[in-house]
Write a protein that binds this ligand. Structure first.
Ligand code: 13P
Length: 252
């Protein structure tokens, strides 16, 4: 089945209101053609409303960087799906390694967030990936298998087309260099294989995108790999030229 490629911009905790709106304005001015490609930006929560107003009539889609697994109530500091819908979000990012490390998110919490997001009809980018130590010890596939099994538990086939797996080796994030292409290929093949094992005979399996030091200089080689359906971009998504060059490469 032919599926759209994805370019997902994770701004993390960067920029301010002026630089955020300036960046969006610059991207929109480039008038990129998004045929056969989904392009999604995930700014910090506090800029979503302003950016949503700018994206009306554009093909650029909006995501949050996190969400909670309840509708409302005594959950200080958390944000619900309905709140995100009010701000124009159609996507949520779940399980980023920075949240697992600094906010102690577990696979169990991530599973609840994915289930809730599916029921609320959101598109989900669900992040997985191994640490440097885990890779050194040859545990990459075990870690990934466990993240997939525990976080996708009880998720029905009918929701899978709304889920994208973001494979981000933690040690490649922000390092300025990507792993060997053969290692990226091997891991994406493994993820694809394991998804087929969990969901046999399913023709709408999640797309799999790569993240970790993606930029305009390595995008073509990453996209030449099999089972790579797009990219998850951090620091290069804060630079209009680099980001638009990445979108153009993925879309060609
Ligand atoms: P960098 O592109 O800055 O390495 O960040 C990747 C990332 O964490 C995207 O979610």
């Amino acid at each position: 089945m032919d599926r759209n490629k994805l370019v997902f911009a994770n701004w993390k905790m960067n920029l301010d209101i002026n630089s955020s709106t300036k960046l969006i304005k610059e991207i929109l001015c480039r008038n990129l053609n998004y045929k056969n490609i989904d392009v999604v930006v995930a700014p910090p929560f506090v800029y979503l409303s302003e950016i949503n107003n700018m994206l009306k009539n554009s093909q650029l889609r909006l995501s949050s960087q996190n969400v909670f697994y309840n509708d409302n109530g005594a959950f200080t500091g958390e944000i619900s799906h309905e709140m995100l819908k009010d701000l124009g979000c159609e996507w949520v990012m779940i399980g980023h390694s920075e949240r697992r490390i600094h906010l102690f998110e577990t696979n169990e919490m991530i599973n609840k967030k994915i289930i809730f997001s599916c029921k609320k009809d959101f598109n989900v980018i669900f992040c997985i990936g191994e640490s440097y130590e885990e890779r050194q010890k040859g545990k990459t596939f075990d870690v990934i298998k466990n993240q997939l099994n525990e976080s996708l538990k009880n998720i029905e086939n009918k929701y899978l087309h709304k889920i994208v797996i973001g494979y981000e080796p933690i040690w490649a994030i922000g390092s300025g260099s990507i792993p060997d292409l053969k290692d990226i290929q091997e891991t994406h093949n493994f993820i694809n294989h394991h998804l087929n094992e969990i969901y046999p005979n399913c023709d709408n399996l999640p797309r799999i995108v790569y993240g970790g030091s993606v930029d305009d200089s390595n995008i073509d080689s990453i996209m030449s790999l099999k089972n790579v359906d797009g990219v998850l971009v951090g620091s290069a998504s804060l630079d209009c030229k680099k980001f638009c060059d990445i979108v153009l490469s993925v879309g060609k």
